[in-house]
Ligand binder design. Structure first.
Ligand SMILES: [Zn+2]
Ligand SMILES: [Zn+2]
Length: 427
């Protein structure tokens, strides 16, 4: 609680900023919600997946102007699970519409921006920051600054980290308000339908459980994107009666055993699973028992740590991938039954949040301050690490956010050109 008091002024500031941002949501640019699907341009230029695509409905005649067989949709839906190491970033494209769910760690900002630009993205019609952990919203400010963003969804919870205030400020500077997710609400992304399934609660102990969970449906196929939602929201989603059955499941929380309960997995009953996870990450993700659970169901698993960026393409009938399925090799004892591992605690401590009572506005209870005078002044001579393109400095050379960097510079904190402390290893 002492820590809380020390940081009360910054919390107040953040709470104020958030309240202001959510408060303006009525003024949000709503122009993107009414998609003119009639004049959607179908880009068939990248057709390398088409030859692999199973023939959906052999009785139907397909031509560019007609719907794909009996699916009622035209063209294709592309879902890119961008390789951002131990983090999440997903681009969803339908026609000329685009949605981005999370944007990797702080040091992934440029990578995500470059990837989107390579896909020809200029407008991000919908941007979702699933929850305020750095490995999800780290690069979000880059996306906000680099593209025209239509609508920005964030859960109603704040975090007292530089990463989070960067997002708040970037949104504010662009006149972009936060839209709070309402479970059951859906919107169109071209001919795809995006439905929000979570969060259904407003006071979770763990920041992960505030994760915005969405189901993206396109014709007879669908994708369930779960952020870091754990067992608690999984239960709530089922209890609410939402139809979670999906063709592709983005496995929750990087394959941690705090997510993907058997009950939930059986309801989703995915044909394919994707895990966004970093090689040799310090959390021990993905967990062996989760991979065993998927293997037991005969579900092929695609992993960014083994395959890099994974692109799934749906024609409305079937989903094809740009790569082969990965292995079922995970971490930990396959017979282990613990639902929470010590690895998860690390992440939670990094940006723990909590709830003020009964306030509808975003709540902040506890936080790991990375900028207290004590920690800064006493450590100006300590050795820190940074990458040329990253914006953070790190105490730990083996910080998971640096795991993919070729060049890591080293020097005294006072001489580091980077101003932002890493949310993960600078505490
Ligand atoms: Zn995460
Ligand atoms: Zn998280």
């Amino acid at each position: 609680m002492n820590k809380l008091r020390k940081n009360i002024s910054s919390i107040t500031l953040i709470a104020f900023l958030i309240t202001a941002l959510f408060g303006f949501s009525g003024c949000a640019n709503g122009g993107t919600t009414n998609d003119k699907t009639g004049d959607t341009v179908q880009t068939q230029g990248d057709s390398k997946n088409e030859s692999n695509a199973p023939e959906g409905d052999s009785n139907s005649v397909t031509n560019p102007a007609s719907a794909n067989g009996s699916t009622g949709v035209k063209g294709e839906l592309k879902v890119h699970f961008i390789d951002v190491g131990q983090a999440d970033s997903i681009l969803i494209q339908q026609g000329d519409k685009a949605m981005v769910v999370d944007a990797g760690n702080n040091d992934d900002g440029n990578l995500v921006k470059d990837y989107l630009q390579k896909q020809g993205i200029k407008n991000v019609d919908y941007l979702i920051g699933t929850h305020p952990h750095e490995d999800h919203i780290g690069g979000l400010d880059y996306v906000i600054n680099s593209f025209k963003v239509g609508k920005l969804y964030m859960p109603k919870v704040a975090s007292n980290t530089k990463t989070f205030t960067d997002v708040v400020n970037a949104a504010k500077n662009k006149g972009l308000s936060f839209t709070a997710p309402k479970p059951g609400e859906s919107f169109k992304l071209g001919e795809a339908t995006v439905t929000i399934l979570s969060p259904n609660g407003s006071s979770y102990e763990d920041l992960n459980n505030y994760s915005i969970v969405v189901k993206v449906a396109f014709g007879n196929t669908s994708f369930l994107l779960t952020g870091d939602a754990e067992d608690v929201p999984e239960k709530e989603i089922i209890a609410k009666g939402f139809d979670v059955s999906s063709t592709v499941l983005k496995v929750g929380h990087h394959g941690s055993n705090s997510s993907t309960t058997s009950e939930f997995l059986n309801k989703v009953n995915p044909k394919y699973a994707v895990i966004s996870v970093g090689k040799d990450n310090t959390y021990g993700h993905p967990k062996q028992n989760i991979l065993d659970r998927l293997k037991g169901k005969g579900t092929p698993v695609y992993r960014t740590d083994e395959s890099g960026t994974i692109v799934a393409t749906s024609d409305g009938n079937a989903v094809t991938f740009n790569t082969k399925p990965g292995t079922y090799n995970g971490f930990g004892n396959s017979t282990g039954s613990s639902d929470k591992s010590s690895y998860e605690e690390k992440e939670d401590n990094a940006v723990a949040s909590s709830q003020q009572q009964n306030t509808p506005a975003p709540s902040v209870k506890e936080e790991s301050s990375v900028t207290t005078p004590a920690s800064v002044s006493s450590s100006s001579n300590r050795t820190v690490y940074w990458t040329p393109n990253g914006k953070s400095y790190h105490y730990d050379k083996n910080c998971s956010t640096l795991s993919r960097s070729k060049t890591i510079n080293e020097g005294a904190l006072s001489s580091s050109p980077k101003a932002d402390p890493c949310d993960k290893c600078v505490k």
